[in-house]
Design a protein around this ligand. Structure first.
Ligand SMILES: Cc1ncc(COP(=O)(O)O)c(C=O)c1O
Length: 497
């Protein structure tokens, strides 16, 4: 007897075929990734032509749809897990966590209340406690998984606002350096601080928040009757990996009755390594800390984390208990993560870190992080020994180094413009990707080397590509030579792809 298909399901065999095909696609993506292009950006008009269509009324064939995605969508993106993706903050990810994500989506785990997801909540408690201990926060600290560093900063600063200001923002002032990630300013804006209540202090010659200027700014604001409430320190800036003086900032904040938040979204995992733990001395002394496992703990995206020194403050800040959730209130030990942050319905993000840490072991993570630190040091050494036009601007620090291609005699403004053109030309070739930023008012190139699957040759080849492109563009600027000559025919083919 033919059984009728349930709504919105596929027959079991079709589900298996779809699942196996997806897994095959993921594994094929990873196989030989180093020999594939780092990705590309398509024109809007091209993608409109490929993808704009009315919503389909009838069914389609999943296999054909996956073919279409493989052809029209996935090639038109940058592969942040590519070993020569050195731009922004790479997302190396790992396959085990991808499977964990699949599992938690497949079971549609609800990690907002103990009532609905006691198992997931317990795993989250355990993983959060692992991260707490690794970052050196005391026993009473706790936290939760969030979508990323931006949400971690927002969550932590909401706790600071509640704990220090009792949620009254009139006259409140926050302090940070000009190297702080933009998500902090955005979070403060969301929390009701106008831009004139955010003191963005010029960083010192090492791109750190200068203590004397900070103390002075706090004193000036107090004298004017304002309410200094929070310092946002960097535990690894996006620009250059700079780390603010955390122990001294903690002492200052304690003396001033202020909250110290550290944005370790990028850099905090470096604390797992010997060198990083020295640089990140004092990480455990902050009131709150953002870290982003989807960056340097190799998780797929939407795995952020926030830790708070006194975990009870999370609930004090966020708990709301409407009548339709009263059955979920539970006992004191039953943790409702939906009351620890902004999201009620939330997925089982902790599973990704749990499954990958259990599978590979912490030592493998430690080694992978140390590898990223070492690769930036290699890049710096290669730059210093290479083309004399290279100028190292910030030495390698926790996986980042910045530098400029500065041909002799070229004016600063032209050198600035040249860095952007080098980025564009490298992207057009498609073999590697770096991005530029601005330090001390000047454009610099930046390599972020935290993908542990990057080889030494990837670093050497990319620096050589950058120098070749830089020299060709500089010669073109001087009117000496017409074009960039690709290093080999393969790069030309990728550029044309
Ligand atoms: C230091 C720092 N903080 C915050 C963020 C924001 O994190 P997300 O993009 O995960 O929201 C980033 C992202 O690169 C970062 O580097």
């Amino acid at each position: 007897m033919a059984t009728e298909q349930e709504p919105l399901t596929l027959p079991a065999e079709a589900m298996r075929a779809l699942g196996y095909r997806v897994v095959d696609m993921l594994i094929d993506h990873r196989a030989g990734l180093a020999d594939k292009p780092v990705g590309r950006k398509a024109e809007r008009s091209t993608l409109e032509a490929l993808l704009r269509e009315p919503v389909p009324e009838g069914p389609g064939d999943p296999a054909a749809l996956l073919d279409r995605l493989e052809r029209d969508v996935f090639p038109n993106m940058l592969h942040v897990d590519h070993p020569r993706f050195f731009a922004f903050v790479p997302g190396a990810s790992n396959f085990v966590s991808v499977m964990a994500e699949t599992l938690s989506a497949g079971l549609n785990c609800f990690a907002g209340t103990w009532y609905a997801g006691s198992g997931p909540a317990q795993v989250e408690l355990v993983v959060i406690d692992w991260l707490r201990a690794l970052c050196g926060l005391p026993d009473g600290a706790g936290g939760l998984f969030v979508s990323g560093g931006s949400m971690a900063n927002l969550t932590a600063l909401a706790v600071a606002r509640s704990a220090i200001l009792a949620d009254r923002t009139d006259g409140a002032v926050a302090y940070t350096s000009d190297q702080t990630h933009s998500s902090v300013a955005r979070a403060l804006r969301v929390l009701g601080l106008t831009d004139d209540r955010i003191r963005i202090l010029p960083s010192d010659e090492r791109f750190q928040l200068p203590l004397d200027r900070l103390a002075q700014a706090i004193a000036t604001d107090r004298a004017a009757g304002r309410r200094p409430f929070c310092v946002i320190a960097n535990a690894g800036t996006t620009n250059s990996g700079a780390i603010d003086p955390l122990p001294a900032l903690a002492a200052l904040c304690r003396a001033e009755g202020m909250w110290l938040h550290a944005d370790g979204a990028y850099g905090a995992p470096a604390v797992l390594t010997e060198a990083g733990s020295v640089l990140l001395d004092g990480l455990g002394g902050v009131d709150s800390l953002s870290l982003d496992p989807h960056k340097w703990l190799f998780q797929p995206f939407e795995t952020g984390c926030v830790l708070v020194r006194d975990r009870t403050l999370l609930r004090d800040t966020f708990q709301v208990m409407p009548e339709y959730l009263r059955d979920t209130l539970g006992t004191a030990e039953e943790v409702n993560f939906g009351n620890y942050g902004i999201q009620l319905t939330r997925g089982f993000r902790a599973l990704k870190l749990w499954l990958s840490l259990q599978t590979f072991g912490l030592d493998a993570f430690r080694a992978a992080i140390a590898r990223g630190i070492g690769l930036a040091e290699l890049a710096e050494a290669v730059l210093r020994a290479g083309d004399p036009a290279w100028q190292v601007v910030t030495p390698a620090q926790i996986g980042v180094t910045t530098f400029r291609y500065r041909p002799a005699g070229m004016a600063d403004a032209a050198v600035d413009a040249l860095q952007g053109r080098i980025v564009e030309a490298l992207m057009a070739e498609g073999r590697a990707l770096v991005t530029s930023t601005v330090l001390n008012g000047r454009s610099v190139l930046r390599l972020c080397t935290i993908n542990p699957r990057t080889s030494d040759a990837d670093i050497r080849d990319t620096v050589a590509d950058l120098a070749r492109i830089g020299a060709a563009l500089a010669a073109e600027t001087n009117g000496d030579a017409p074009a960039i000559h690709p290093a080999d025919p393969h790069s030309a083919a990728i550029g044309a792809a």
